[in-house]
Design a protein around this ligand. Structure first.
Ligand SMILES: [Zn+2]
Length: 258
């Protein structure tokens, strides 16, 4: 009896080991890209699998379709159609000053981002403003053109159909209480410092980094975050590539074509 019992134990142990071994080598682990920043390959994975895993699929989403979370809009890449309206705008469950609408996926992510900032000791964040429709941007822009002339107006506010705020994936954010709202000194506040280091963990990027005006067309805006999803934000973080234009090999967009 004891011998038979121990054989059963041995057989069970062997079966369990085989099952675990198979699980560790399951192919879906190799091709499924990391979607969470903390995920890392087990040390036991063989080298070829590591190579497959590190491949980044730049064609996973469109950069032209305004519905895509990777859509790249800048001064030479307007929305198409120009008056595009996102289909799934919601009010994020966070503090805000005005116009908080964002697309559903981005709204969920910004809630997590803000919660982490507070939990990790950087202080509270709030939305200054997020979605701006083509119609709203048109009235803002036309008023500025009337006041300042076309050139000065365009330096201050994007042309309607060209502002990233129209995608519903971007937000201007500030601490709560607000310090240095829509000013570069926001980047030196505890929230601004934390955001620059950690936004990628939640799928966001600082869309207009310092020293990249010749590429993005915009001065350093430490307050303007753009949701692209963690797959891309993690790759940008890991590669150190700072702009969407550079990452996707797009031409620099320092200014409008005409
Ligand atoms: Zn902005």
């Amino acid at each position: 009896m004891p011998a038979a019992f121990s054989r059963r134990i041995l057989a069970w142990t062997l079966a369990a080991s085989v099952a675990m071994g198979l699980a560790a080598c399951a192919p879906e682990r190799a091709v499924e890209p990391s979607t969470t920043p903390s995920a890392s390959a087990p040390a036991s994975l063989p080298a070829p699998v590591e190579k497959v895993k590190s491949f980044f699929d730049k064609n996973r989403y469109s950069i032209d379709d305004p519905l895509s979370i990777w859509a790249v809009n800048d001064k030479i890449r307007p929305f198409d159609p120009l008056d595009y309206i996102p289909p799934d705008l919601v009010t994020p469950d966070v503090h805000y000053i005005s116009s908080p609408l964002m697309r559903k996926e981005a709204a969920a992510a910004i809630k997590q981002l803000f919660a982490a900032s507070a939990a990790e000791g950087a202080g509270e964040l709030q939305i200054q403003n997020a979605y701006r429709s083509f119609a709203v941007q048109t009235s803002i822009h036309n008023r500025l053109v009337a006041q300042l002339g076309k050139e000065k107006a365009q330096a201050q506010s994007a042309r309607p159909g060209y502002s990233e705020h129209q995608a519903g994936l971007s937000a201007d954010v500030v601490g709560r209480p607000a310090v240095c709202a829509i000013q570069q000194c926001f980047g030196k506040t505890p929230q601004g410092v934390w955001l620059a280091k950690n936004a990628w963990r939640f799928g966001f990027v600082i869309r207009y980094p310092e020293g990249k005006q010749a590429v993005t067309g915009y001065i350093y805006e430490p307050w303007h975050i753009r949701y692209v999803g963690v797959y891309l934000s993690t790759e940008l973080h890991n590669t150190g590539i700072q702009t969407l234009e550079e990452f996707f090999d797009l031409p620099p967009a320092p200014d409008y074509v005409d």
